[in-house]
Design a protein around this ligand. Structure first.
Ligand code: APR
Length: 237
């Protein structure tokens, strides 16, 4: 029997044990800075230097050699390598730990911290250093328009058609380390409920926990390797 299509959704909780803060935990990012001041198009129009400083600090964390993918990221990369059917890892995270762990069939629906986009010519490119309004776009040469390639509140997430197709064809959906606060990601489980096996992996029930068939409670570095071993034992090559 063919392996079912597999869609995995991850959130900030999967990177927590690598040392990156989540957003809504008590020590999270939104406990220290307001979304309206750093993560909306209006904030960027009002005070681009403040927005750049916020993302420059988070991008600098990703350059820290101490920051490494953890066992959960590595287990998902092995699942991607060995899953014989359709597979898509949709992450809400803008960190690069999934790709550094080796996951290939990966989609960043909220963008990527290590990429920049020019508001004048829309060119997106790898960008690992600080950004500011003084930086001229290497493609069109104009300054003042370079922004983090990150989806802000009020903006459309990326590649929603591709995500919709993957959800339509999936037989197993797992959400890992996400609080279920932010749509459309929080609504994916409702889209597949009834025709896919749905599993939530978290250290606490999310806002949409009741939409899932199953839950695995515990830190991602323990629950994700366990889920991957179970799925590969049943369906692996
Ligand atoms: N293992 C598993 N889950 C964990 C761990 C851990 N070690 N630590 C925390 N969590 C869980 C928390 O219980 C919570 O449910 O991770 C989740 C983190 O939730 P949020 O901080 O809200 O992060 P996320 O769900 O990814 O936020 C979604 O909101 O701010 C926007 O764009 C931002 O992509 C982000 C989106």
């Amino acid at each position: 029997m063919r392996a079912p299509g597999l869609v995995i959704l991850t959130g900030a909780g999967i990177s927590r044990e690598s040392g990156l803060a989540t957003f809504r935990d008590p020590d999270g990012i939104w406990a220290k800075v307001r979304i309206e001041d750093v993560a909306t198009p209006e904030a960027f129009a009002r005070d681009p230097a403040r927005v750049h400083a916020f993302y420059n600090a988070r991008r600098a964390q990703l350059r820290d050699p101490a920051l490494q993918p953890n066992a959960a990221h590595l287990a998902l990369a092995e699942l991607d390598r060995r899953w014989p059917g359709e597979f898509l890892l949709v992450t809400q995270n803008v960190d690069n730990l999934h790709e550094r762990a080796g996951t290939r069939r990966l989609l960043h629906m909220h963008g990527e911290l290590m990429k920049a986009r020019c508001r004048h010519c829309q060119t997106v490119r790898l960008w690992e250093e600080d950004l500011s309004t003084a930086v001229a776009c290497p493609a069109c040469g104009r300054a003042g328009g370079m922004r983090p390639h990150v989806v802000w509140f009020g903006e459309m997430p990326l590649e929603m058609e591709r995500i919709g197709r993957a959800l339509e064809g999936c037989g197993i959906f797992a959400a890992i380390g996400t609080s279920g606060h932010v749509y459309p990601a929080a609504g994916f489980v409702a889209e597949v409920a009834g025709r896919a096996r749905t599993i939530e992996l978290n250290i606490a029930a999310s806002e949409v926990a009741s939409d899932f068939d199953e839950a695995m409670l515990g830190p991602a570095t323990e629950t994700v390797p366990r889920l991957v071993a179970e799925l590969l034992a049943e369906w692996g090559d």
